[in-house]
Design a protein around this ligand. Structure first.
Ligand code: ADP
Ligand code: MG
Length: 132
């Protein structure tokens, strides 16, 4: 499936569509260049589920969590984990968590890609993106 976004609000809408189908235990992989809109997507997802605290890039903390009514959002940035298997990931895999991994393609264990929903984001122009 492919979703075109003309602005951040549209990206939030795409993310909220997905939020209706996601359940605890799901893992969502987000890939795309710096500034493509990976974090923006997680922001929209969290906002739709009632998270009021600001969702910011986990680049320096590696991981952030946000509680929602039905599950906890675990937001990971794997950019600086390049080549790592990130064994700690196992600690977070649970029916109580929905895990978003930005830059999952930096991780060594690429079986992730085969087994989970994977979203690639393409930069089209300043405000246009494709979520594929
Ligand atoms: P990433 O996490 O992929 O590095 P971010 O989500 O942090 O990217 O940043 C995306 C940037 O692009 C933000 O500054 C956002 O405002 C901007 N932007 C412009 N148009 C869009 C769009 N249609 N969808 C998502 N982000 C957009
Ligand atoms: Mg980001």
């Amino acid at each position: 499936m492919e979703f075109k976004s003309k602005n951040v609000e549209e990206t939030y809408k795409i993310a909220s569509k997905l939020a209706k189908y996601v359940q605890g235990g799901d893992i969502i992989l987000l890939n795309g260049d710096l500034g493509a809109g990976k974090t923006t997507f997680v922001k929209g997802f969290a906002k739709f589920l009632g998270v009021t605290e600001p969702v910011t890039s986990p680049t320096f903390t590696l991981l952030k969590t946000y509680d929602t009514k039905d599950f906890t959002i675990v937001h990971i940035d794997a950019y600086r984990l390049e080549g790592a298997t990130f064994d700690e990931l196992d600690d977070y895999v649970s029916d109580e968590n929905v895990i978003f991994i930005e830059w999952s393609n930096c991780l060594a264990s690429q079986e992730l890609i085969e087994n989970h929903l994977s979203i690639d984001i393409k930069y089209v122009s300043k405000n246009q993106r494709k979520y594929i």
